[in-house]
Design a protein around this ligand. Sequence first.
Ligand code: URA
Ligand code: SF4
Length: 514
Amino acid sequence: MRTVSLTSETDLAGWREAARGLLLAGVEPQGVRFRVGGQGGLFDALPPAHPGESRDPVLSEESGGGDWRSSEAPGAGAAKTLGPGVRRDERMEKVITVPRAFPDLAAEVALHRSEDRFDLLYRLLWRVQGERDLLKVVSDRDVADAMERAKNVSRASHKMKAFVRFRQTQDDAGDRWIAWFEPAHRVLEKTAPFFQRRFTTLRWTILTPDGTADWNGEALSFGPPATRDMAPQEDEVEEFWKTYYASTFNPARLKTRTMQGEMPKRYWANLPEASLIPELVARAEVREREMVAAPATPANPRLIRAVAPVVERAAQDAPPPETLEALERAVQGCRRCPLWRDATQGVCGRGPARADLMIVGEQPGDQEDLAGEPFVGPAGQVLNAAMSEAEVDRSHAFVTNAVKHFKHEPRGKRRIHQTPTTSEITACRWWLDAERAIVKPKLIVTLGATAAFGVLGRKVAVTKERGRPIALEDGSTALLTVHPSYLLRIPDKAAAAAERARFVEDLRAARELL
Ligand code: URA
Ligand code: SF4
């Protein structure tokens, strides 16, 4: 059995280097163990790969450094195949190729806290040489295992983004923000750039048992492991958090179980606001202005600027609201896309909390934005008339939009409607999905392309697919039709009447499906 010593817990480069050598030497996964630390070089007590050869013939023959080559990458075709996965490129250097998904998967798995993570990676590396599609076989034990570990790592990074709490300290250069955090996996280096982007203008340090990340306002650097007592314990920010939540949360609505699911106990110790309700975090952010004005809360704008992004993050991590009332409140704090900035308010769906029919429009228009209700303006009039003609009762339907904030451009005193982008629609699907989960409609009628995209999650040609029921993953059915505003824009009277009749036909078809 060979033992390979890596220089650190996250020494993926060292692993790659060694794995490449071992693979080229034909060392099977059962014959090698990767460990971290230990004395000596890369290989402890490494016998010659083949008798008579130098200590590590293959590594020395390697081109050195560099990444794996993806077998699907352009340029790999120029290499001459020597056997599955092992090639010589034009310079006659041995090159190992891996499936495109492998490097990313390896990068995640390497951060997992399990002891055998590098052994698993080598086993996978070995196997993909012969089984090029192995990573697609999710039922395979090694693949499933690696994917699970990668998922855990990704979740740990996600949690770190949401639950790191900085505490304010002073040093010679001024304010310094310090946080203590214990990530479930070794995600400090992977996640630190997120904080760099979020808190670019502050100087901060994140202390963890694995290492330290430090941003001095200009450069990110990493240092040795830290202990909890190196972090400040209580400060103004802590008080701020407590007051922030005390003043904005209604404890009667506390859902401890949901909360514990979102926020594992391991993080609680560092959260002054551990008793918060995630859905209300969003609400709290909206109240920021009131809060600054309120005498009971510390009106420190700098502090608010510093923590607001963290609140935002926590709100994004909250589970979807389970009632329409909670949803409507939470939408007001949504920052998933930039559309909230210029809108008066988020406009959610209206109708019974359980309805067999859901009608989805594009986004609130000018009047809806002011009224806070969907389809009350001109498009709403068209919709109402067509619905009554088709004998579909609007009061029994849940009427909503794919995007909850009004996207517009000022033109003089008027606000001109703008079509939301796919990324805005995608961001807002989170809310539409939440509405669907609550209302549980049997049939969803989508009005126009934005609504179809919001419901189906893919681009569709409405004119091609209209009127034909489409089965949805959740067991409901979608029926696509045009948007009533489109009817308003057809200049030719006869053509407009014909299109309107087709629209009414589609609504009739919807009624038939119920
Ligand atoms: N257009 C829509 O798509 N939705 C509304 O709520 C109003 C106009
Ligand atoms: Fe959030 Fe949707 Fe408003 Fe964008 S449009 S901010 S995703 S509610």
